[in-house]
Design a protein. Structure first.
Length: 523
């Protein structure tokens, strides 16, 4: 099954494509990864060769090609090659077990699997079980697999593309099996779609941005979106295979990076570096820092503003199912602290109660969102029911928040994370924000656990900064200063590190499970 638009390759050059920049600025650097680099001419030539090599091996317009790899130059080449062929790209998390990867490959119907995995025994079991006919390995040669070097030996046959390759992403599957999402497919007319994307692009427009650092994973919508955004603008992409906090600072200094976007966890790691390490690097080239995918604790935001500059921070909010929803631009930071910003053009946000009724301005409830690219169904699944997608096209995000009198969106938590203690709703994000203000706390996650008297009680897991000390009494006393009694944690557990997924999000279900197994929870 394909989610690629029914378009054919053409001899015309698409503005903002790698073919376009190969003509306009052929000798300018397109990407840098470690000691490797490619100009736009070289990038386009490699994409042409890889497209031809795949074509000769039976890869056709509309096929789904699965990519499981770190953030690396080969992903960029493949993105261009698959756009030329009119194929869809399926991002597969390289951290998945062979069983999890098998399910994604089988469910999607992928015809090709391209990987940089070292353990080809696991890959072999996975692709055989999923009946994938063609496998390409980038790092390790395999007896029955095609080596990447062989693709690069194909003759260069010039191809042009009409659009970027369609992107297929599987949700993390916090409940049940993961579901496939065709990212960015239009659900409205093309004029509205264009105006929506122009609004999203304009939010991140900064004069003079020519170098962009990307280290977000390629199996999530954010990584590919950042890559394609940079290509459309003809920027030089600096790639970091895996996030490393001090490594980020070194890359910013070495390549004079103007733009970098990450998740709060990345910035927490930066903020946790020793002061002498932070002072060692020059980050003055940064003109815009983007952050999203999770709430940003206020204390962390203050640190980001102080380290990178008060006019650099932009927060973004969106989801795989809806695309980008809103942004808080640097000029809004001091005016609306804690907000996720204003919705983009042609985006509507409604706040509803548990029964679906609209709530007034300022009142907290569930967020329902409508954008021009909101999905109507998951891959190989029936149309979404009205409990998730209503008749007016509003999608139930699972987030909790409110709109203020000026239309700014404030996100307070996730529905499933909310704790109900003694019949009162408690939002873990509020407690986490308070604990993050303690000088010894590196990171924190708050959950609800069973309680015979109150239904649930609040439990906090805290990760301390290196070289800092604090005990449970210290942190409970800190919470008592800032939180009402019913919001305060009843217990605090200390952990070396919190469990996370590939995006760096804390997996609260792993923290909850030991307490709730065999017991019924309300969500």
């Amino acid at each position: 099954m394909s989610f690629q638009k029914e378009e054919k390759v053409t001899d015309e050059i698409r503005p903002g494509s790698i073919e376009y920049w190969a003509v306009q600025t052929p000798d300018a650097q397109a990407c840098i990864e470690g000691e490797r680099s490619l100009t736009w001419r070289e990038l386009n030539a490699r994409a042409n060769r890889v497209a031809q090599a795949l074509h000769l091996r039976g890869v056709e317009h509309g096929h789904i090609v699965a990519l499981s790899m770190e953030v690396r130059m080969e992903w960029l080449v493949l993105s261009g090659a698959l756009a030329k062929l009119g194929c869809s790209m399926l991002g597969v998390n390289w951290r998945l077990t062979d069983e999890e990867a098998r399910y994604v490959l089988s469910d999607s119907g992928a015809q090709v699997f391209i990987t940089d995995a070292q353990d080809l025994a696991v890959v072999s079991r996975t692709v055989q079980a999923a009946l994938v006919p063609l496998v390409v390995t980038i790092e390790t040669p395999g007896e029955s697999f095609v080596p990447w070097s062989e693709l690069l030996e194909a003759p260069e046959v010039a191809r042009q593309s009409l659009a970027e390759a369609s992107l297929l992403i599987y949700t993390s599957g916090t409940t049940g099996l993961p579901k496939g999402v065709a990212v960015g497919r239009p659900s409205t007319d093309l004029v509205t779609l264009r105006e929506y994307f122009e609004s999203v692009d304009a939010s991140g427009a900064v004069e003079g941005v020519r170098v962009q650092l990307v280290n977000m994973p390629m199996h999530h919508a954010s990584g590919p979106s950042q890559m394609w955004s940079a290509i459309r603008k003809g920027r030089t992409l600096v790639l970091q295979r895996r996030f490393d906090a001090e490594g980020v600072l070194a890359l910013i200094q070495k390549h004079h990076v103007h733009l970098w976007s990450g998740v709060p966890t990345m910035f927490k790691r930066l903020a946790g570096l020793a002061p002498e390490v932070l002072a060692r690097y020059d980050v003055s080239s940064i003109r815009r820092i983007g952050v999203g995918a999770a709430p940003v604790p206020y204390a962390l935001k203050l640190w980001m503003l102080s380290y990178f500059g008060r006019d650099t921070l932009q927060e973004n909010y969106g989801s795989t199912e809806t695309g980008m929803v809103c942004a808080l631009l640097p000029a809004m930071q001091e005016r609306k602290p804690g907000s996720s910003g204003l919705p983009f053009r042609h985006v509507s946000v409604e706040v509803r109660d548990a029964l679906g009724h609209l709530l007034p301005t300022g009142q907290i409830g569930e967020l329902w969102v409508k954008t021009p690219i909101t999905i109507k169904q998951y891959l190989n699944e029936p149309a979404l029911g009205e409990d998730v997608l209503d008749a007016r096209g509003f999608f139930r995000t699972g987030d909790v928040g409110y709109l203020d009198e000026d239309g700014y969106l404030f996100i307070t938590d996730r529905v499933k994370d909310m704790v109900i203690t003694g019949g009162v709703n408690v939002y873990p994000a509020e407690i986490e924000s308070v604990l993050m203000r303690h000088a010894a706390v590196e990171d924190v996650a708050v959950i609800g656990i069973p309680d015979e008297d109150f239904g649930e009680q609040v439990l906090a897991f805290c990760q301390l900064k290196a070289g800092r000390a604090a005990n449970e009494a210290d942190l409970l006393a800190h919470c008592e200063r800032y939180l009402a009694s019913y919001k305060q944690p009843r217990r605090i557990e200390f952990v070396e590190d919190l469990p996370r997924n590939g995006m760096g999000k804390v997996l609260k279900r792993e923290l909850r499970n030991p307490y709730w197994i065999g017991k019924e929870r309300r969500v």
